[in-house]
Write a protein that binds this ligand. Structure first.
Ligand code: NAP
Length: 461
């Protein structure tokens, strides 16, 4: 057997993306006692954790604490963080093969799906990804666009009935005290506290039985300090397809129970409202240059479950529209890509190019299976991919320059300011200190330069 994976010549693995799937893959690799590994985890952003930092809603503190578990993976001496390195720009996949025996792509699905309807790019129409990036303090957030959309808004329409739609609806509907303990940047908290949004309408193009949200997340909408949830009982009448969809599906049954209870409620005067509307397909975002409403067509389900327009149109007044219709994976130069599905094709985690395995390339997480599932889903997924990698270990083509210093020397030559775990710890400490100065556990640093400066200062000591 070649000495790949021994103490003298550990298996060199690059993981591209430090979100949950990347770090779960690193963890799974370090747990294989029979193969010695030396892992570099790359991230294009200066701070690690991907969607655990820039996707999980800041008011979901328990879910966000998954970062603590992920961070322990970075403490393992076999795992090195190389953040602020964009694979495809700062270093190519071809170059990576010089330094690593295996590459695991776990860079997720960072872009959003579009509706492809008229008016989608009007001022006041934004994507959930833009909004979430902004309130999570993502360094590349389209801050000005989002702030212009939100600050002038009084009534919002959220398109889509997945958990992201629920997240953005909840954040837009919470009062300042309900958000004050979060790690959102101060300018985000200030703007959300000053918002005049008093109504949010959430649109599902199919029925409540087909909604993608989970019951726990849905129920939270009914627990807000200053918002009442409204559901039209007419939308909850079940057609035969919906009856069949619900049958034995506990999540769907429970969703229906929650919605039915809400449909009996009468809103209190003066409180904000969240209205859930089903069988409502947006056909146009209306407005001369800024959004004034969303034109929707009433829909129904055919006997085979397919969606049909009824020809009945209404326009919902709105000055903010947030489309939340799913994420979209993007290709990476030099890596096979399935354009139709937005994923890297694979066989049990081994990257496929025209049905042929690409030696030394693997994939896990959303860029492997599409943007579905909860954080925990990625653990199972990453572990399955690592199983394939470990099974292949002895046969993998060997890197020419496996010395860990070789890749960092290359990055330095290219002028890339990579951030290691020491840099991240300094960012972490700076965020905690900033939060404490305002009576909060943490405040996210949202500017790339501020993140890099904190990282540099920490490393210099
Ligand atoms: P999602 O769950 O796939 O939901 C997308 C929604 O958009 C669906 O309701 C879908 O309706 C709708 N949609 C798609 N195309 C549309 C169109 N052209 N017009 C109108 N509606 C359209 O996606 P997501 O909300 O972005 O969430 C992604 C993943 O992250 C999910 O697995 C989610 O559970 C997870 N997540 C979890 C949490 C949490 O656990 N707290 C929080 C956030 C996200 P159809 O079903 O009719 O296509």
């Amino acid at each position: 057997m070649p000495d790949n994976g021994s103490a003298t010549r550990p298996l060199r693995v690059a993981i591209i993306g430090s979100g949950p799937s990347g770090l779960y893959a690193a963890e799974a690799l370090t747990r294989h006692d029979d193969v010695e590994v030396s892992i570099d985890v790359f991230d294009r952003l200066p701070a690690p954790f991907g969607l655990a930092r820039y996707g999980v809603a800041p008011d979901h503190l328990a879910l966000r604490s998954v970062r603590n578990a992920l961070e322990t993976v970075l403490d393992d001496p076999a795992v090195r963080l190389l953040a602020n390195v964009e694979v495809g720009t700062d270093i190519s996949v071809e170059e990576l093969h010089r330094f690593y025996d295996a590459i695991v792509f776990t860079y997720g699905a960072a872009t959003d799906q579009r509706l492809e309807i008229r008016g989608e790019d009007l001022d006041g129409a934004i994507s959930a990804t833009e909004l979430v990036n902004w309130y999570c303090g993502h360094p590349d957030a389209a801050g000005e666009r989002v702030e212009a959309a939100i600050s002038a808004a009084t009534s919002a329409v959220v398109i889509g009935v997945g958990n992201v739609a629920v997240d953005v609806t909840r954040v837009l509907s919470k009062t300042a005290p309900e958000l004050d303990h979060t790690d959102m940047p101060q300018h985000v908290l200030d703007l959300l506290a000053a918002t005049s949004i008093t109504s949010v309408t959430v649109l599902g193009r199919r029925g409540p039985a087909q909604a993608a949200f989970t019951t726990k997340e849905l129920k939270e909408l009914g627990e807000l300090a200053d918002a009442d949830v409204l559901v039209d009982a007419h939308d909850l009448a079940l057609d035969p397809v919906s009856e069949a969809d619900i049958e034995g599906e506990r999540r769907r049954e429970r969703n229906l129970e929650v919605l039915e209870e809400w449909s009996t409620r009468t809103p209190a005067r003066g409180r904000r409202t969240i209205r859930l509307r089903f069988f409502s397909q947006p056909v146009e975002i209306v407005g001369p240059d800024r959004v004034t409403g969303v034109r929707v067509e009433r829909t129904r389900l055919d006997a085979d479950g397919s969606l049909r327009g009824t020809g009945e149109y209404t326009t919902i007044d709105a000055d903010l529209v947030v489309r939340s219709v799913g994420y979209q994976g993007m290709p990476l130069a030099g890596v096979p890509f399935d354009e139709a599905r937005g994923v890297i094709p694979h066989d049990e985690g081994r990257v496929l190019d025209d049905d042929t395995v690409v030696p030394g390339e693997y994939v896990a997480g959303w860029i492997k299976r599409g943007p579905t599932g909860i954080i925990g889903t990625n653990k199972k997924d990453a572990t399955a991919t690592v199983r394939s990698l470990i099974a292949d270990a002895a046969q993998l083509p060997r890197a020419d320059q496996p010395d860990p210093d070789a890749v960092t020397a290359h990055l330095e030559q290219q002028g890339v300011r990579y951030v290691t775990i020491d840099g991240w710890r300094a960012i972490d400490a700076a965020e905690i200190a900033l939060g404490e100065s305002r009576g909060r556990p943490r405040t996210t640093l949202h500017e790339r330069e501020a993140l890099l400066e904190s990282a540099r200062r920490g490393v210099r000591g």
